[in-house]
Write a protein that binds this ligand. Structure first.
Ligand SMILES: Cc1ncc(COP(=O)(O)O)c(C=O)c1O
Length: 365
């Protein structure tokens, strides 16, 4: 288009539609940057060696033109996953990652202006979806000295009108968790709220509320295939609750939000229990190595129940993150929410050894 007519087209354009106030108020969200594939990725708490080979084998067998042309059918996946998790088929819904589980819970239970209680710092998507919904958000801080869960503070903050409480157990980025006794107290103290226990790192901590679905009407538990199962790209998770709640969740959910490949992959992933058990054992051994290595360097770190560790690099947090990246090792700066802190994902012992070597070189310079 010639410049003059482009300018006049511009001047006759009407004002664009105005987004909802809740969206206008939100800070822009910056998704992960690209270019991570060839680096040692210790920045997003993924499985650092990838999924079970059986998942790839299963996918390649099932991936036919005919399968791809059909809208997803979840019956087989739901049957197999229900058996694996020890729940019935109507006690969970498949989700497009935990992210959709959070969104679904918020869409189902939280209206504009409703009271939602979160913890800080925690997984960013709780705030994200609560903000999109226009919720009135209250955040309680993890205890500053040891980043432990502020149980008494949370119990005191709950109100009869609280609509949702979103908790990661163990928490990201602190790595700290809350035990079963504390979880029960929260569920008992928030009868009118949907209480989400996000168990994205359950396999590393062993603490779960999943067995209590029949005991608590307000309990929701999420699990993901993005972490220990090594399938973050697939976007697959599960949101569990009592059947009467799951009916409402399914009503508010898009019928095909999980793609068929993800559902197939999840079925295959839970069949290879040995692969997951071996990976967890490797990570726990590597986590011990990481604690020792950090201690030797005189770097303070927080005890973690997950596949990552938060450590204190003080004023060097960002320079260390950048220098590690130059050496091909990605870690995550968290100093914007916990001063001086950097988070490193724990993978294999060899990968942890490489991280420690690089860190030592920089730290002792
Ligand atoms: C606590 C927590 N929940 C959920 C997720 C992401 O889960 P998904 O990939 O299933 O959306 C993360 C990822 O970092 C997390 O830390």
């Amino acid at each position: 288009m010639p410049e003059a007519s482009a300018a006049s087209a511009e001047s006759t354009l009407r004002a664009a539609p105005v987004p909802r106030a809740a969206v206008r108020r939100m800070a822009p969200y910056s998704p992960p940057t690209g270019g991570r594939a060839e680096k040692l990725r210790l920045d997003f708490n993924e499985n650092t060696v990838g999924c079970s080979p059986r998942v790839i084998e299963f996918l390649s067998k099932r991936l036919t033109a005919s399968q791809l042309s059909i809208y997803p059918e979840y019956t087989d996946a739901i049957r197999d996953l229900a058996a694996f998790f020890g729940v019935s088929a109507d006690e969970f819904t498949l989700t497009n990652g935990t992210d959709e589980a959070i969104q679904l819970l918020v869409n189902t239970y939280v209206d504009d202006g409703d009271d939602v209680v979160l913890l800080k710092p925690s997984y960013a998507m709780y705030r994200f979806y609560a903000e999109v919904a226009g919720a009135s958000i209250r955040e309680l801080e993890y205890r500053r000295d040891d980043l432990s869960f502020p149980l008494e503070e949370l119990l005191a903050a709950l109100r009869p009108e609280t609509r949702a409480v979103l908790i990661a157990n163990p928490n990201n980025p602190t790595g700290t968790g809350i035990g079963q006794e504390g979880l029960r107290k929260i569920l008992e103290a928030a009868p009118g709220a949907a209480v989400l226990i996000d168990e994205a790192y359950y396999e590393f901590s062993g603490v779960t509320a999943l067995g209590w679905l029949r005991e608590f009407t307000n309990l929701f538990v999420s699990r993901t295939f993005s972490k220990v199962y090594g399938m973050a790209a697939m976007r697959c998770g599960c949101l569990f609750s009592r059947a009467e709640n799951v009916q409402w969740l399914r009503k508010a959910q898009s019928p095909y939000s999980v793609n068929m490949l993800a559902a197939i992959a999840a079925r295959a992933a839970v069949q290879d229990r040995e692969y997951v058990a071996n990976y967890v054992a490797e990570v726990l051994a590597a986590r011990t190595l990481a604690y020792e290595g950090l201690r030797k360097l005189g770097i303070k770190c927080f005890p973690s129940e997950a596949n990552f560790i938060l450590f204190q690099a003080g004023e060097r947090a960002i320079p260390i993150r950048d220098a590690l990246r130059e050496r091909g090792v990605l870690v995550r700066d968290r100093s914007y929410e916990i001063p001086g802190c950097v988070r490193v994902t724990i993978g294999t012992r060899a990968q942890t050894g490489r991280f420690l070597e690089e860190l030592e070189r920089l730290w002792t310079r």
